[in-house]
Design a protein around this ligand. Structure first.
Ligand SMILES: CC(C)(COP(=O)(O)OP(=O)(O)OC[C@H]1O[C@@H](n2cnc3c(N)ncnc32)[C@H](O)[C@@H]1OP(=O)(O)O)[C@@H](O)C(=O)NCCC(=O)NCCS
Length: 346
């Protein structure tokens, strides 16, 4: 292997002189991985200054070659409070020309040696039939979970038809005893009891299929939820949510949220969508998402609306098909023991 240097650790462990190259490589990775025009470089510059929220920790790594070029990077993220304390997510990227030289494996090994001892399980994802997936299959033959990424091409959607359907859907929800309320930038506390709203978030998160992942249920608190929203807002995300409200009790029963990153205005990233069990079967999931679609068309410059769900989540898939989503890519998640990486001899 040609001579390389790996820097691993917190922000201060990454020498400042490599940061601009690191950001450029992150941008390249994003285009390679997601297949969309990535955010502008300012997104990555700003992102570097945004701390992770309480209860979450991370390390970065960069690979520098003998010509002082950054040719790869890695990131690992894990939870330090609430739940899933023994699992870390990681992502690596090696610039295409430098692949298949063992650098990705060496980088992962060095990153893993910097993780806290409590972490026993590692997981990562990659689009199917790409170098990323082949790399992960070295550590685990079968994936533990599969996410389907689907996309609506907003430029071919007829806004008048969407408006008509969104209004009809809203009326049907009203007829069944539900209102749909818009909330901007996560300010749920202005319209609902925050504890109650976050209880809905927790139910929805824990109700999503996880297939064979060894993932514990989430404990959502108001403080944690607000901290996640705040971090993402500081990263440049602008959120719009539509909440289904049961008129008789005035309680929220589900919501959908999308975000547009101000550094990447062409893409709308769908966040959570869910209706709690007792209120399902009333068409509310579709009704709230129609409000999102109409708002995207009216108020943003987004060209694509990107969402994803577990491939086994049949209800969500049906809703998304009605909204015009088409398959974009499939991303399996590979989960395996930390020990597998520690045992690799280079
Ligand atoms: C995943 C990635 C970081 C691997 O980097 P790398 O430096 O090429 O990895 P290595 O050279 O250490 O590869 C280790 C092994 O993975 C497997 N592998 C990696 N790329 C492969 C490919 N294109 N085809 C088949 N096997 C491949 C091989 O078994 C390889 O060993 P070998 O070359 O001795 O056969 C790189 O392909 C990449 O940046 N991909 C895009 C980002 C991504 O998808 N990340 C997701 C995983 S975290």
């Amino acid at each position: 292997m040609s001579s390389i240097q790996i820097f691993v650790g917190k922000k201060n462990d990454i020498p400042v002189q490599y940061l601009e190259q690191y950001f450029a490589l992150q941008q390249l990775h994003e285009e390679d991985f997601f297949g969309f025009l990535p955010p502008s470089l300012d997104y990555y510059r700003n992102n570097w200054t945004v701390p992770r929220e309480k209860g979450s920790d991370w390390i970065n790594a960069i690979v520098v070659n003998e010509k002082d070029l950054v040719i790869g990077f890695g990131i690992a993220i894990w939870s330090t409070m609430y739940e899933n304390l023994d699992r870390a997510f990681f992502r690596l990227y090696i610039t295409p020309k430098e692949r298949r030289k063992g650098i990705g494996t060496q980088l992962l090994k060095e990153m893993v040696s910097s993780l806290p001892p409590i972490i026993e399980t590692l997981y990562s994802d990659a689009p199917t039939a790409t170098p990323g997936e082949y790399f992960l299959q070295n550590f685990k033959k079968e994936s533990s979970y599969t996410e389907e990424i689907i996309v609506v091409d907003l430029e071919i959607i007829d806004i008048h038809e969407v408006e008509k359907e969104a209004n009809e859907q809203k009326q049907q929800a009203l007829n069944k005893g539900y209102d749909i309320v818009r909330i901007d930038n996560c300010s749920f506390g202005e319209s609902f009891d925050e504890e109650e709203f976050v209880g809905i978030v927790e139910q929805i998160w824990n109700d999503m299929p996880i297939e064979d992942l060894a993932e514990e249920d989430f404990n959502m608190t108001v403080e944690r939820y607000n901290a996640i929203c705040d971090r993402n807002k500081r990263k440049g995300l602008e959120y719009v949510s539509f909440v289904a409200v049961h008129l008789e009790t005035q309680k929220p029963v589900g919501y959908t949220t999308y975000a547009v990153n101000k550094y990447q205005p062409a893409i709308s990233w769908q966040d959570d969508t869910g209706i709690i069990q007792e209120h399902r079967g009333n068409g509310l999931g579709l009704a709230i998402k129609y409000q999102s679609l109409l708002t995207l068309l009216k108020e943003t410059k987004a060209k694509y609306w990107r969402t994803s769900s577990s491939r086994v989540n049949k209800h969500m898939r049906k809703i998304n098909e009605k909204l015009g989503h088409k398959l974009w890519q499939i991303e399996p998640v590979y989960e395996f023991e930390r020990k597998i990486i520690e045992d690799i001899v280079l």
